[in-house]
Design a protein around this ligand. Structure first.
Ligand SMILES: [Zn+2]
Length: 592
């Protein structure tokens, strides 16, 4: 597309003076001071991502050391002398640029060492600029280290790298280290604006902002995008052009989508996908943008220092606000889920369906959020901050569908005063079942006494696990106007002792007062042998109901066995859970 002789903007407008390097003032000022004061180190290490001015600064440094307009190195190279012009053109004999990626052998470095001994031809210093220095082999590093330990006085090294962690500490310790930063959006915008003015073209501020954001702090990337846009649009660049050229989706769309996710507004989410598709956007790129967006939310949430994102304050405010609405573990899982989505499709249609189904799955929070809540608990446990007491959850013992639709409704709010810590419960609140109004007290009869008793066990067991375990061993056997008689097997000494404790009886009686209209006392009796088997009549009556409560068909004995399982108890204990339902598996049913 480029016209004949067209020079890309990055090269055409490459900075020639320290003050023209955008966004690295902390580095150029230090370099200028060092040169002005004559304290010239023989080895510099330039660290930073690609396209942010490392090589450019190295060339300016070479000019500053070798400019012929002054008698000594100068912070203000003239840009006109033969050294300045040849260095800028990249053909000065004494300024040697080496690509570490392709000259990484020990022989290459030995050759460099031999070359170094020769005095410069036309310059004060021989300057070696080794780009991507981390790609050198270990042997090459060792050879380089020897040179750095005893450099000839006329040699200056500039080692540039995007991956400083791959450079041996022995090398780093011999160098003056300079960390280049990604460039802030306003600075990139300013640079682009000045280039456009020199090129005789215009762009809207929104367009410049969008380019700068897409470049993610890279000056060279921003200039390349501007190149493309100039080819695409001609003289005036509009905001929409940027998104067209880059196939980007506006962040307001992302904000909109996340808000719709939070509202579980599936229709709006599908509408957004529809808009993206009908605008001809590439869905893979959209998912990547989405992933980047959620990653930013995650960083906002997890790191207290959002400056990691290098985003302008107004963007951060929008991100922070949305990050606050998610639990950390929820964000982690979202990022993982969107990451999985990338590369998982082989057609646009498959992409769309996978994206839409993920959005819907995320919105169906009741199941997903329970997992998040569990993860949060595990995180708290791991961190030693064991503070249980969040909203009750269905334990793992009950099947997943039961977690979504508990068979036993939550107890009336009045009975369970503000036990759940709202801060901890977090998004669980979204998924929580609506708390029913105080359910009416019902008349206790011989027909319903067993399911009602089971309900008491479930309710009280929710607060105290031992209640759930031991109360299960008592079974109602008779009801009169004054009392309900419950039997406990004589063999079960522990259960007998437990149910007979005055404070435990008081809790049971209080429960009956609240839920049952009969005014009854509790009467416990001991029976020989195991408690009577579930009578067929009682089983046939199931599921009995009390208000909105439903009962499973598993015998109390089987349920009690399940509840005493150490694994179940651990789950109940850790998650402060309750048994919503004990579902009879094949083996449990075959006992009947
Ligand atoms: Zn000069």
């Amino acid at each position: 597309m480029a016209q004949k002789g067209y020079q890309v903007l990055a090269r055409k407008w490459r900075p020639q003076r320290f003050e023209d390097v955008v966004g690295q003032e902390h580095i150029t000022r230090t370099l200028k001071n060092a040169i002005s004061s004559g304290r010239i180190h023989h080895a510099f290490l330039f660290i930073g991502s690609r396209g942010i001015g490392k090589t450019t600064s190295a060339r300016i440094l070479a000019k500053a050391l070798n400019c012929l307009a002054t008698e000594a190195p100068t912070a203000e190279p003239c840009g006109l002398c033969s050294n300045c012009t040849s260095i800028a053109a990249g053909n000065n004999m004494d300024v040697i640029e080496i690509d570490g990626a392709s000259n990484n052998s020990v022989d290459d470095v030995r050759e460099l060492r031999d070359n170094i001994r020769m005095v410069p031809t036309n310059a004060r210093y021989k300057v070696y600029i080794i780009d991507e220095v981390h790609q050198l082999s270990i042997a090459a590093f060792n050879a380089l280290l020897k040179t750095l330990e005893e450099p000839p006085p006329h040699a200056v090294f500039v080692l540039a790298t995007t991956e400083s962690h791959k450079i041996p500490a022995t090398i780093i310790s011999r160098c003056q280290r300079y960390d280049f930063r990604r460039v802030a959006i306003p600075q990139i915008m300013e640079l682009l604006q000045s280039i456009l003015e020199k090129e005789g073209r215009t762009a809207s501020p929104e367009a410049l902002h969008a380019i700068a954001r897409a470049a993610e702090g890279g000056v060279r990337d921003a200039e390349s995008i501007l190149d493309e846009l100039i080819t695409y649009c001609g003289d005036a660049i509009a905001y929409k052009d940027v998104f067209d050229v880059l196939g980007l989706v506006d962040w307001s769309v992302m904000h909109d989508l996340v808000d719709a996710m939070q509202r579980q507004d599936i229709i709006r989410q599908l509408q957004i996908v529809e808009d993206v598709v009908s605008a001809g956007k590439d869905l893979t790129q959209f998912v990547q943008e989405l992933l980047r967006y959620f990653r930013n939310l995650l960083v906002c949430k997890a790191a207290h220092d959002a400056s990691l994102l290098h985003l302008p304050e107004e963007e951060l405010a929008g991100l922070r606000q949305r990050a606050d609405q998610f639990a950390l573990t929820h964000l982690i899982r979202l990022v993982e889920q969107f990451a999985e989505l990338i590369g998982a499709f082989d057609s646009q249609l498959a992409q769309r369906i996978a994206l839409e189904s993920l959005l819907i799955r995320i919105s169906k929070v009741s199941v997903d959020i329970s997992l998040d809540a569990i993860l949060e608990k595990l995180v708290q446990l791991g961190a030693g901050g064991l503070t249980l007491g969040a909203a009750p959850m269905a334990p793992a013992a009950s099947a997943a569908p039961a977690a979504a639709t508990p068979r036993v409704a939550p107890p009336p709010a009045a009975k369970r005063p503000a036990k759940a810590d709202p801060k901890q419960a977090g998004p669980i609140a979204i998924a929580a079942e609506p708390v029913p109004a105080q359910s009416p007290r019902i008349a206790l009869t011989e027909d319903n006494m067993r399911p009602v008793w089971d309900d008491l066990v479930t309710d009280l067991g929710r607060d105290k696990m031992n209640h759930g375990i031991w109360f299960h061993h008592a079974r109602p056997i008779a009801l009169t106007e004054e009392s309900l008689t419950l039997e406990v097997a004589r063999a079960n000494e522990q259960a007998w002792t437990y149910v007979c404790k005055p404070e435990n009886r008081a809790e049971m009686e209080a429960w009956f007062q609240q839920h049952v209209s009969n005014s009854i006392a509790l009467n416990f009796v001991r029976t020989e042998g195991a408690p009577a088997a579930e009578s067929p009549a009682a089983t046939a009556a199931a599921p009995a109901t009390l208000g909105q409560r439903h009962y499973g068909t598993v015998s109390p004995e089987a349920a009690a066995r399940a509840m005493q399982d150490p694994g179940v108890q651990t789950v109940l204990d850790v998650f402060k859970g309750t048994i919503a339902e004990v579902i009879g598996g094949a083996s449990a049913e075959s006992d009947e």
